[in-house]
Design a protein around this ligand. Structure first.
Ligand code: P6P
Length: 337
């Protein structure tokens, strides 16, 4: 148990357990921590420094970008390109793979990230977050392409998120369980406040955007109808519902007290030519790694998220994650059709 230790010390201690660790991975995690501290400060200042509202542009997903989408993307790039730990990056906010400027040292790791997930919540002062995933670079070279990133979630070296809420929290897995760190702004350090986080196997709380109900496929309709019916229907308990519209906040709640989060494919998404709403490489996969390391499940309803072989940098997938027994029930309903 490392409760009370700093993130920096925890990473160094953990590095000793990683055969062949050169310190590069430690440096990379520290670079990510620094970017999250900077983003936390920007989020907290908000209107005071004029960072709220629309940027007047769209991202590759065709979504309106907020000023903070662009600002936080720059923070991540600046923090990750300078110290020689990163070979290349990919972001929700950039169409293509980001290759480091000529002359910058290329490291052995590639990072995908959503720099400010749920950014539309910034304008209404609701929690937002940064999601990151760390992959090994396939080889050392000057220029990387999408193909270098087409690695299934099971190959992730580390993943996590930073949640900018009442506290700023860093939640991290390197494949040895899930640790939580709370930012102490008095001296700018992330302090470990939880270790070995485990998601309760059962829950009475579901999270889904109910306004899409008429578009859902039958297995999802069946599952949610039963949750809403509670003890008057097929289930032996009543359920509660939450929907923050910030995946980081939903996942954190589930890590903390259990629950199931669903963004399934539906007729509206299919009509738009998509395979889901959430993005595989920098939302679903990193959250799947964290959730599975905490004893939960993360599935499309028809297969394990982390076993998907990516084909596109910004591909979307259906997501059902959280308490093992509830996610398994949704999977079973998909099997039954
Ligand atoms: P909707 C935020 O835009 C996001 O990518 C996730 O963080 C969140 O869970 C989801 O989309 C919210 O989607 O359709 O409710 O706005």
């Amino acid at each position: 148990m490392h409760i009370g230790t700093t993130l920096t010390n925890y990473i160094i201690e953990t590095q000793r357990d990683i055969k062949g660790a050169t310190g590069e991975f430690t440096g990379l995690l520290n670079d990510i921590a620094i970017s999250c501290k900077k983003i936390s400060d920007l989020v907290e200042k908000g209107d005071l420094i004029g960072v709220l509202g629309a940027a007047g542009s769209e991202n590759v997903q065709g979504e309106e970008q907020k000023k903070m989408d662009i600002i936080t993307n720059e923070v991540m790039i600046e923090a990750l390109e300078s110290n020689g730990h990163v070979a290349a990056m990919a972001s929700e906010e950039m169409d293509d793979v980001y290759n480091l400027p000529a002359g910058k040292v290329r490291g052995n790791y590639m990072v995908t990230f959503d720099p400010l997930d749920g950014s539309s919540n910034m304008d209404v002062n609701v929690s937002v977050g940064t999601i990151f995933s760390i992959l090994k670079a396939p080889e050392q070279k000057e220029t990387y392409t999408d193909k270098d990133f087409m690695q299934p979630g099971t190959t992730q070296v580390a993943a996590g998120y930073c949640l900018y809420g009442p506290s700023t929290l860093m939640v991290l897995t390197t494949g040895n369980g899930v640790q939580m760190f709370t930012l102490n702004k008095d001296f700018g350090e992330f302090i470990m406040t939880r270790d070995g986080v485990q998601i309760p196997e059962d829950t009475k709380e579901f999270a889904i955007n109910m306004s899409n109900q008429r578009f859902w496929e039958a297995p999802v309709k069946r599952y949610i109808d039963e949750c809403v019916a509670g003890t008057t229907g097929a289930r032996d308990k009543d359920f509660n519902m939450r929907w923050v519209a910030s995946m980081v906040a939903e996942v954190h709640r589930i890590l903390t007290r259990g629950g199931i989060f669903m963004y399934p494919i539906d007729e509206k998404i299919k009509k738009a030519g998509n395979a889901g709403k959430l993005r595989l490489m920098y939302e679903a996969n990193p959250m799947a790694f964290v959730v599975e390391q905490a004893g939960g499940l993360c599935d499309t309803g028809r297969g394990r998220i982390m076993e998907i072989q990516p084909t596109e940098l910004h591909q979307r997938v259906p997501v059902v994650l959280g308490s093992k027994n509830e996610v398994q029930r949704v999977i079973d309903y998909h099997k039954e059709g």
